[in-house]
Ligand binder design. Structure first.
Ligand SMILES: NC(=O)c1ccc[n+]([C@@H]2O[C@H](COP(=O)([O-])OP(=O)(O)OC[C@H]3O[C@@H](n4cnc5c(N)ncnc54)[C@H](O)[C@@H]3O)[C@@H](O)[C@H]2O)c1
Ligand SMILES: [Zn+2]
Length: 357
């Protein structure tokens, strides 16, 4: 087992390994296990059995699978259920599932009785290296994703790599975008791992790769827990990604949109004087095989890009790379945005052909 420590005001550890679900025990009498519906009967139950063996009164609550868990109605229903079931300020919430489950469960824990203890058991690659670590929690509104939420750090994270065995292949590959992103931002070795021929849920070095990717996020979060500065670097590739997701009504899922977005950001970075990393981001697209993009003009996407949280009154700002592991935040002119788009679009037909072939 490996461990990454988050040096925050209240420190906590991320444990990464095989079969570690069986070892979970917590110093709380009552524990609500909020588990994604796809894994409630399997990993949710395993966690509850381990907690009970350790003396807790643990109960599994099954959530709608995936993003549907992040509805305000689900959130509201759970608050009432926890109240009826007598959870107190000393009780705890444990999420079991992907980023959707941890976002929802974390927000329940952040607000129930003004905040109770929260722990996460991520069961997707994305949640292990990204969503489960760092304390951002929240739900969606009809007006948009993640529009209500809170910062509420978990007190512990257990990433059991065995849970990835049941993940659909496409969902696993989607999650690799955030792993690769952490490599580009801070650790080239991670990028080499992801592009290795055998990379997948059974990759022999997966434990080390996940640890390295968690470490990148943990270090950034420890330095900037409330996203006042450097934490925005984790947004690399996300300005265009969010526009793709919104424009296609989420037909292009997040991890695939980020893969495209990182390739665009690599072109932008090069035009702004950085090293050309577009061969690397292109190789990642070849590995990930995202769904093809519908025909799009830059003009279709600009209104969505303008809603980016890094944009201010003076215009759009992007996370760029001077070189490998050298991120910075920059305002980019309309002309460069356009030229990078042209370069990006030139690469698409070849990628589509590779995906079919
Ligand atoms: N809080 C943060 O810092 C942060 C960061 C990144 C993403 N997010 C959020 O995370 C969410 C996306 O997370 P995700 O990619 O993990 O997707 P997800 O939670 O929607 O899970 C993807 C799918 O996999 C299923 N699933 C989960 N684990 C499984 C397993 N082990 N075996 C089989 N099926 C399994 C789920 O039922 C779902 O259908 C988004 O809502 C996003 O906003 C949050
Ligand atoms: Zn992301």
């Amino acid at each position: 087992m490996r461990q990454v420590d988050l040096n925050l005001e209240v420190p906590y550890s991320v444990r990464i390994g095989h079969g570690i679900l069986h070892e979970i025990s917590l110093p709380h009498r009552k524990v609500a296990v909020l588990a994604d519906g796809a894994v409630a009967e399997t990993y949710g139950n395993t966690v509850a059995v381990a907690l009970s063996a350790g003396g807790s009164d643990a109960r599994v609550y099954s959530l709608p699978p995936g993003e549907d868990a992040k509805a305000v109605s689900v959130y509201e229903g759970l608050l009432s259920t926890l109240a009826r079931d007598g959870l107190t300020r000393d009780s705890a919430v444990v999420s079991v599932g992907g980023g959707a489950a941890s976002d929802l469960a974390g927000f329940v824990a952040a607000t129930y009785l003004r905040g109770i203890a929260f722990y996460t058991v991520p069961t997707t690659l994305l949640a292990m290296v990204d969503a489960a670590v760092g304390g951002k929690t929240g739900v969606n509104l009809p007006e948009g994703k993640n529009l209500a939420g809170a910062f509420h750090q978990p007190r512990g994270v257990w990433a059991d790599l065995d849970t990835l065995a049941t993940l659909p292949d496409r969902v696993f590959r989607e999650g690799t975008a955030e792993v690769f992103k952490h490599g580009l931002l801070a650790n080239p070795g991670i990028c080499r791992d992801v592009l290795a021929p055998l990379f997948g849920p059974n990759y022999p070095g997966l434990e080390a790769t996940v640890e390295a990717a968690v470490r990148v996020k943990a270090e950034v979060v420890a330095r900037d827990p409330f996203e006042k500065g450097e934490r925005a670097y984790l947004n690399f590739g996300h300005t265009l990604a969010h526009a793709f997701e919104a424009f296609t009504h989420r037909e292009i899922p997040h991890g695939e949109a980020v893969a495209y977005g990182m390739h665009y950001a690599a072109h932008l970075s090069y035009l702004e004087g950085g090293t050309d990393l577009s061969n690397l981001t292109r190789a990642f697209l070849t590995y990930q095989r995202p769904r093809p993009l519908p025909p799009l003009d830059l003009a279709d996407l600009l209104p969505y890009m303008a809603r980016d949280k890094k944009a201010d009154d003076e215009g759009l700002r992007f996370v760029l790379l001077r070189g490998m592991a050298q991120p910075y935040l920059a305002r980019v002119g309309a002309d460069t945005i356009e030229r990078a788009w042209t370069a990006f679009q030139k690469d698409l037909p070849a990628l589509a052909a590779e995906a079919v072939g």
